[in-house]
Design a protein around this ligand. Structure first.
Ligand SMILES: [Fe+2]
Ligand SMILES: [Fe+2]
Length: 284
């Protein structure tokens, strides 16, 4: 199952120019700042995903079927839309005086790895895409993760989560078709997992410190509950994390199309469909 028939590029009808509360996620500093930290990683990270998949396209020329090529176009269009909206989101965080450390770090890292093999960058992208899909699946699956969010922010996070699930196999399928092997796939996955969680944690700490909330009991209680509570993130991600190491793994072995259908039904008024965007700009 390589193609997702419900996949579209969507323009989300939100207006971030009106801003949002500092603790927009249920009045909870930890939950707000953790997701803010992820948002700060997206514009540069998602451009890297687009560039990595585009760079690998010559390697699947003549081998890819029309469905995969269409999925690649939609993948590029979805990620380009995500990075645009998250850039607006991050502008509001800057207006609130919150420091963005991770964007510069990611830019330097990407510059440093410029000469790395195309297949390694694609393996890293497939690994990251597994994480965005797993976290997106959790966000749609567990209403408690989004229950206290401001409505506009809830719409943004659920939209991004759904589209990460829709295109979760695209980079993976391109990697496989381009001849990418198991060791490179899981090696880069291990590295990006460490990188992703380290950067997200450090950026969250910087945000909480700037917000004066790092050393409060409420922050630590919330963090414990968010990771280890009854619907804690740990219970959701650990099985998915391990599954990626199976030699025969494919992202659609975890079939969550029912969740996607529910999201499409419930949020029809939040977006309008736009056509496939064949080319997204390359990072300056
Ligand atoms: Fe995305
Ligand atoms: Fe993605």
């Amino acid at each position: 199952m390589d193609s997702n028939p419900g996949m579209h590029i969507r323009h989300l009808q939100v207006d971030l120019s009106r801003g949002f509360a500092r603790h927009w996620n249920g009045g909870d500093a930890y939950r707000s700042m953790l997701l803010n930290a992820l948002s700060m990683m997206f514009p540069t990270g998602e451009q890297f995903f687009i560039d990595s998949v585009k760079a690998a396209l010559p390697r699947i020329e003549g081998k890819a079927d029309a469905a995969l090529l269409q999925d690649v176009k939609l993948f590029i269009g979805q990620e380009a839309t995500h990075r645009r909206l998250h850039a607006q989101y991050n502008d509001e965080l800057a207006r609130q005086g919150l420091p963005n450390w991770v964007d510069g770090v990611l830019k330097r890292l990407i510059k440093l790895t410029e000469g790395f093999p195309v297949m390694s960058k694609l393996a890293a992208t497939a690994g990251y895409e597994h994480w965005t899909a797993v976290l997106g699946d959790g966000l749609l699956r567990h209403p408690s993760w989004t229950a206290g969010m401001e409505p506009q922010m809830r719409a943004i996070w659920r939209w991004h989560a759904a589209e990460e699930s829709e295109h979760k196999a695209v980079a993976f399928d391109v990697y496989r078709l381009a001849g990418g092997g198991y060791l490179r796939r899981v090696g880069l996955y291990t590295l990006v997992t460490l990188e992703f969680f380290t950067y997200a944690t450090v950026q969250s700490i910087k945000l909480l410190r700037a917000d004066g909330q790092l050393w409060t009991a409420a922050t630590w209680r919330s963090a414990l509950r968010f990771w280890w509570g009854r619907e804690g993130i740990v219970w959701h991600v650990v099985p998915h994390f391990l599954r990626y190491y199976m030699p025969g793994f494919h992202p659609w072995q975890h079939d969550n199309r029912d969740l996607l259908e529910q999201w499409r039904e419930g949020s029809r008024n939040d977006y309008r469909l736009v056509g496939a965007s064949p080319a997204a700009p390359t990072q300056a």
